[in-house]
Design a protein around this ligand. Structure first.
Ligand SMILES: Cc1ncc(COP(=O)(O)O)c(C=O)c1O
Length: 357
């Protein structure tokens, strides 16, 4: 019997479309006398979490909690070991090495390119415009037919600004290949999420992470929000037990303490404003970009030298000077008030010292 493929399924690599994924015996029954997975039967608890049993491959509790947080259905979300793993699924599902291509809007997060290089997939580079916004008309005009996936990041790392939501929606209406919107820094921003649009646009995938606002970079937890059909393809390629039991537990816990997280976000935003105001008072700093994230990008002559000097003194910031359009730019994360004060003092002295050379 022939069945018509949806547009999204047409974009999936044929071997993945046909893939019969790994099955485990606990898909339907999770409790009882569990003699199916060759585990050690003696209970081993770590911080109250059972670790002698394999974790839930369906991430049922976490997906239910995420669905509530995002106001989508559990079938619209899937979690990975950081958004890095989600990127891995995107390449596995949609990109045929040596044939397909992806696109980015630069300057942006470097992992999209690294993943393309790992998978042997060409990358067509577009440039953000003078306001660091995505020029969707230029993209539509010039995009190579081999491009299967476009990566956009909003708020964008390292520039810190939101991309125009209207332009992204306009692109989704006019371009029918996959569009990834990386909202890693969403919780710090004043923007409106695109996660609410995944059922309307099956070719939209939104990436999020627990590494930033939720303060959980160490547990490695990121997720994708997408149309249920796309999520099903990701479920087929993910390792069955990709998330350990402790991470699953901590993810659910983080989503039940949203008040605590919101409190920290507000503190970080207040601190970002103070950091921005003091940067503006340092003579020699040429430009400070407005940020919708938990970092600030600024331009200062001899940025690479300044970064090296700060690092030698134990203050680690990110030199972004080599990225297109970011000559002499440094990205600094918002730290604690004390960390920010030390950073600003050292920066001011270093800039003054270089000016007097
Ligand atoms: C835009 C963006 N996406 C994703 C990530 C990584 O997230 P995760 O820690 O979930 O892998 C980062 C980390 O810096 C980032 O800047």
């Amino acid at each position: 019997m022939s069945r018509e493929l949806s547009r999204v399924s047409q974009l999936v690599r044929p071997n993945i479309r046909e893939l019969e994924p790994y099955h485990c015996a606990r898909e339907k029954v999770q409790k009882g006398i569990l003699l199916d997975a060759n585990e050690n039967p003696f209970q081993h608890l770590v911080d109250g979490t059972i670790v002698n049993r394999y974790p839930d491959p369906y991430q049922r509790q976490l997906r239910a909690a995420l669905a509530e947080y995002l106001e989508v259905k559990p079938e619209n979300v899937l979690a990975g070991s950081g958004s890095d793993e989600v990127l891995d699924w995107i390449f596995k599902v949609f990109c045929q090495p040596g044939t397909d291509a992806v696109a980015t809007a630069e300057p942006t997060y470097g992992m999209y390119r690294v993943m393309a290089d790992i998978y042997g997939v060409e990358l067509q580079e577009f440039r953000l415009d003078a306001e660091f916004d995505f020029d969707h008309e230029d993209f539509l005009h010039r995009v190579d037919p081999a491009v299967k996936v476009l990566f956009l990041c909003t708020p964008n790392n390292p520039t810190g600004n939101l991309l125009s939501r209207r332009r992204i929606v306009d692109l989704l209406e006019r371009w029918d290949r996959m569009v990834v919107v990386d909202e890693a820094y969403f919780e710090f921003s004043s923007g409106e999420t695109l996660a609410s649009e995944v059922e309307r646009f099956p070719h939209l995938m939104v990436m999020r992470t627990f590494s930033k606002a939720f303060g959980c970079a160490g547990i490695r937890l990121g997720y994708v929000v997408g149309h249920s059909e796309v999520v099903e393809h990701f479920r087929k390629v993910k390792a069955p037990y990709n998330l350990n039991a402790l991470t699953l537990e901590l993810g659910v816990e983080a989503l039940t303490d949203l008040k605590g997280t919101r409190g920290q976000i507000n503190e970080i935003l207040d601190e970002r404003n103070r950091l921005d105001a003091r940067l503006r008072r340092i003579p020699g700093i040429e430009q400070i970009y407005d940020s919708e994230a938990n970092f600030i990008l600024f331009r200062v002559p001899q940025a690479s030298r300044i970064c090296r000097q700060l690092i030698a003194e134990g203050i680690v910031v990110r030199d972004r000077s080599s990225l297109p359009g970011l000559m002499d730019c440094i990205r600094v994360s918002v730290g604690t008030p004390e960390e920010n004060r030390l950073f600003l003092d050292r920066l001011e002295e270093t800039v003054k010292g270089l000016k007097n050379e």
